[in-house]
Write a protein that binds this ligand. Structure first.
Ligand code: FE2
Ligand code: FE2
Length: 393
């Protein structure tokens, strides 16, 4: 056995059931041989390139409390997990999600200083998490993503689960609106979703976590988070291979813009809003009203689509929403609810009760499915899609 004096931060824990068997391991396995807290002694018990059999793992399970892998070998571990057909997609997503939460925690932890190094390191981790997510979600339609999210365990921090869910919906929705999308476009869609609320780190947690009705002043503060997020990227993000930060910045800046120009912060309108920000706005809205931890009261998928349909053309893009609905389920827009959410509804803000109101039918009829001059939205050209670098300023 080889002994190394490495701290807990140098490792992450892995499940006994989630180790690749009968082929060369691409990572080393460690245990913590110390029984004393804060006095870890990590010991390698199985080397990279060795081949494990089921009985070896059973022996480990009998003898040890927990297995660990070096942080520096996280990518190797995740790669081997994702390509292993013996593991379910839920198991894989759970592990990817835990990794993504680790990176998000580095960004959102208010006790840690937010530095260029932390953001740089974290962005690479977030990009890798999104890449693995794309591999797992390869053939998933949005309704299947929803099922997957429903089966995942959730954590204490609203922002983390929400960001990961939005990221998964963005990947899936973007694939639906652009079949055959390039890998790097899917990475941007997922990363945009994962980081859309980055600016919240600059908003006091007392405001972010307040589920009650916010004062106008507090709501004005919340409305600054897209701008804060954009500034953070401008200031801190230098490079992360294969990622166009101008597009991530636009998703962050524009995810609260409304399709009819009534959103914030810049009151951008229609197709001036980046397509990935329009995708993110739908993912954000849907997750906020269907995921249990965001509200005490949540809507069924069918009712969520019915409520969202009332915002079509006002808050959300009609054509993207149409594809979203087709992809979410076969129920169409048969939702029973005759209520809607006000345009001021903010999906990023946890609230005790959804502020449902009676519908404005006239306005709805005026706005739904207005032609935006591009009939083949599902076949958006890659170049024109991402070539528009118009700044949201
Ligand atoms: Fe937001
Ligand atoms: Fe959000």
């Amino acid at each position: 056995m080889e002994k190394e004096q490495l701290s807990r931060d140098s490792f992450f824990s892995v499940g006994f059931d989630l180790i690749t068997l009968e082929e060369n391991l691409t990572y080393d396995l460690y245990i913590n041989s110390s029984t004393r807290e804060n006095c870890e002694r990590f010991v390698r018990i199985f080397p990279k390139d060795g081949r494990l059999q089921q009985e070896d793992v059973e022996t480990f399970r009998d003898k040890y409390h927990q297995l660990y892998v070096l942080e520096s070998q996280r990518a190797e571990y995740l790669q081997s997990l994702v390509k292993n057909e013996n593991f379910s997609d839920i198991q894989k997503t759970e592990v990817i999600k835990d990794s993504a939460i680790g990176y998000l925690h580095k960004i959102f932890d208010p006790t840690k200083e937010f530095t260029t190094d932390i953001l740089g390191e974290t962005l690479v981790g977030c990009r890798d998490s999104v890449e693995y997510m794309i591999d797992v979600l390869e053939d998933y339609a949005i309704n299947e993503v929803q099922d997957l999210i429903g089966d995942l365990s959730f954590h204490d921090f609203y922002t983390y689960d929400h960001s990961i869910n939005v990221s998964m919906y963005c990947i899936s929705l973007f694939k639906a609106i652009k079949p055959g999308a390039k890998r790097e476009e899917l990475v941007l869609a997922g990363l945009g979703g994962l980081l859309h609320d980055l600016g919240k780190i600059k908003i006091p947690t007392t405001i972010i976590n307040n589920p009650g009705k916010l004062s106008d002043e507090d709501f004005d503060m919340i409305k600054k988070h897209p701008g804060f997020g954009g500034e953070l990227l401008d200031e801190k993000a230098h490079c992360c291979e294969g990622v166009d930060f101008e597009i991530i910045r636009r998703v962050i800046m524009e995810h609260h813009e409304n399709y009819n120009g009534t959103g914030y912060p810049l009151k951008m309108e229609g197709k001036d809003i980046h397509v990935l920000a329009r995708v993110c706005a739908i993912a954000d809205f849907f997750d906020a009203i269907t995921t249990k931890r965001s509200y005490h009261e949540v809507l069924s998928t069918e009712d969520a689509l019915a409520v969202m349909s009332k915002s079509v053309g006002r808050k959300i893009d009609p054509k993207i929403f149409e594809i979203f609905c087709e992809n979410v389920n076969q129920l169409g827009l048969q939702g029973k609810l005759r209520v809607e959410l006000p345009d001021s509804f903010d999906p990023c803000q946890p609230q005790n009760v959804l502020p449902l109101i009676a519908p404005n039918i006239k306005k709805q009829a005026e706005d739904i499915f207005k032609d935006e001059g591009q009939s083949e939205f599902g076949k958006v050209k890659g170049d024109s899609l991402f070539g528009n670098k118009k700044k949201a300023s």
